[in-house]
Design a binder for this molecule. Structure first.
Ligand SMILES: Cc1cc2nc3c(=O)[nH]c(=O)nc-3n(C[C@H](O)[C@H](O)[C@H](O)COP(=O)(O)OP(=O)(O)OC[C@H]3O[C@@H](n4cnc5c(N)ncnc54)[C@H](O)[C@@H]3O)c2cc1C
Length: 230
């Protein structure tokens, strides 16, 4: 089962996994040359002398500049989902967008005690629009699996004791005892390769999250538009 795309890891993301399997099958059938474990550099591109270059390098998590953020018990949602890092039994998920909420549900379903801390007054409101029914269903599932949701609250610091959080309305500080703090505070485009190739390659394209971190549909549309016009 391919799980290289972190969004497809939770058990309830079965449709994402099916799509991934379909693409892998198509790529194999069309005999597309795939080189895994290879980081593309500007020199490698120059050596290949390609007619066209499509850069689809994705996005990287945004890491907030907060005291204690580099501690061992602070992990990104992506690293956790990809199995690069582990979470303890009590978890604070910072960020109640789609990524934070789905990661919280995935952890709660593993029996962990999870609290979401969100700066806005409601969860799944930041970032790209999430269809109403999907949003309501996810909120219901979070409640059903006992996830605590703390809205209008900021993470101030991560300490030995846990996550120090400030309530926006009252200004009161609370320490939530936790084994692990999971960062789900958004993604920024990883477009360094594109920028270093700009001006050196005549037909250069930037697509997907590397252009604008959104979703699978956006990445597929970008790819379709570029491929159609080659
Ligand atoms: C936790 C999570 C859950 C999500 N859930 C959903 C969802 O339910 N539905 C949805 O539509 N979207 C979801 N998304 C968003 C979706 O995963 C992305 O929008 C989509 O994967 C973007 O596709 P992409 O091909 O542009 O980038 P990516 O899928 O990020 O792929 C980029 C690839 O490029 C590789 N790469 C980077 N630099 C180099 C280099 N120099 N050389 C070689 N390779 C390189 C990376 O390793 C990576 O494999 C989710 C995202 C996350 C993080």
């Amino acid at each position: 089962m391919p799980t290289v795309v972190e969004g497809s890891v939770p058990d309830f993301k079965v449709d994402d996994r099916r799509l991934l399997e379909w693409y892998i099958n198509e790529i194999n059938e069309l005999k597309v040359n795939v080189r895994l474990n290879t980081e593309v550099t500007p020199d490698m591109v120059a050596n290949e002398k390609p007619d066209e270059v499509v850069v689809a390098t994705g996005s990287v998590p945004i890491i907030l500049d907060i005291p204690g953020i580099n501690r061992d018990n602070v992990v990104t949602a992506s690293d956790l989902l990809l199995g690069k890092k582990k979470a303890g039994n009590t978890v604070v998920v910072l960020g109640g967008g789609l990524v934070g909420s789905e990661t919280a549900l995935w952890l709660a379903k593993q029996g962990k005690k999870v609290t979401i801390v969100e700066a806005l007054s409601d969860i799944i409101r930041a970032g790209k629009y999430v269809p109403h029914m999907n949003r309501i269903m996810l909120i219901d599932l979070l409640k059903f699996h006992g996830v605590d949701i703390m809205t209008s609250a900021y993470l101030l610091e991560v300490t030995d004791g846990g996550a120090v959080v400030m309530r926006k309305d009252s200004g009161t500080r609370t320490t939530i005892p936790t084994d692990t703090v999971v960062l789900a505070t958004g993604y920024r485009p990883d477009n360094a390769l594109y920028r270093s190739l700009s001006g050196k390659i005549a037909n250069l394209y930037l697509i997907g999250d590397a252009r604008d971190p959104q979703n699978i549909m956006n990445a597929i549309w970008d790819a379709y538009e570029v491929a159609q016009n080659m």
